[in-house]
Design a protein around this ligand. Structure first.
Ligand code: NI
Length: 228
């Protein structure tokens, strides 16, 4: 689980918010799939609409420049981001569920859902309730991040969105398939890459033989484990 800060900059966030606040929302139940309709009450942006497609590009562009996201997720395919609205006046919610293993895309492609992403588009003080809750055998994680921040988490977790009792919660959510399917391998690569990034910004290490060698080892591990 990883908290990525300021994935969207202030200008992108303001732009997205203005667009979402003026949008036509459809009933989120259209994408319930095999789950009962009572599993959720929320609004979703029509996935094929021009506004959703415009905002998808905005989010994907922000992800492309995010080195930490790339290092942690090692994305192979990213499903088009979706957008949701939980309205406090309707006590919108999403009950506990698990996400499907495959997302089938309009163009016929498919994405194995290794990792889930929730990009918060409302600040915590704008609404009450609405925590993203990830169930865990030890203790549940309650997550409510600043607008523009994103949570990256394993897609196999039971999760829910608590009812919003006041205000309005906007978010983008989507799944991705990683080049490295195995979570333990992915975590090890991330740890190594992150530590190498730290060494490279320290002047006495930046161009050392050891850093060069470890960088080579990182890429050899990625070559060994990456698919596609
Ligand atoms: Ni879900």
């Amino acid at each position: 689980m990883l908290h990525l800060k300021a994935v969207l900059n202030a200008a992108e966030l303001a732009h997205a918010r203005t667009a979402l606040e003026g949008a036509d929302w459809e009933d989120g139940r259209v994408t319930s799939g095999s789950l009962p309709e009572s599993i959720k009450r929320n609004g979703q942006l029509p996935q094929q609409g021009p506004l959703a497609q415009h905002l998808q590009q905005l989010v994907l562009q922000a992800l492309r420049r995010n080195q930490l996201f790339f290092s942690a997720a090692l994305p192979r395919h990213i499903a088009p981001p979706m957008f949701s609205r939980y309205d406090g006046e309707r006590q919108d919610y999403l009950d506990e569920h698990v996400d499907v293993a495959m997302r089938y895309l309009p163009d016929g492609g498919r994405v194995r859902t290794d990792l889930s992403c929730t990009l918060f588009l409302s600040n915590p003080e704008e609404y009450e309730g609405g925590e993203l809750v990830l169930a865990d055998s030890w203790r549940d994680e309650h997550v409510k991040l600043a607008a523009g921040d994103m949570l990256l988490y394993p897609a196999d977790k039971v999760h829910r969105v608590n009812p919003v009792s006041k205000g309005c919660r906007y978010a983008s959510f989507f799944w991705l398939e990683s080049m490295v399917r195995d979570e333990a391998q992915r975590r090890l690569l991330f740890q190594m890459d992150r530590d190498l990034m730290l060494l490279r910004i320290e002047e006495q290490h930046a161009s050392s033989t050891a850093v060069l060698g470890l960088t080579g080892a990182y890429h050899n591990l990625l070559r060994m484990w990456a698919q596609g």
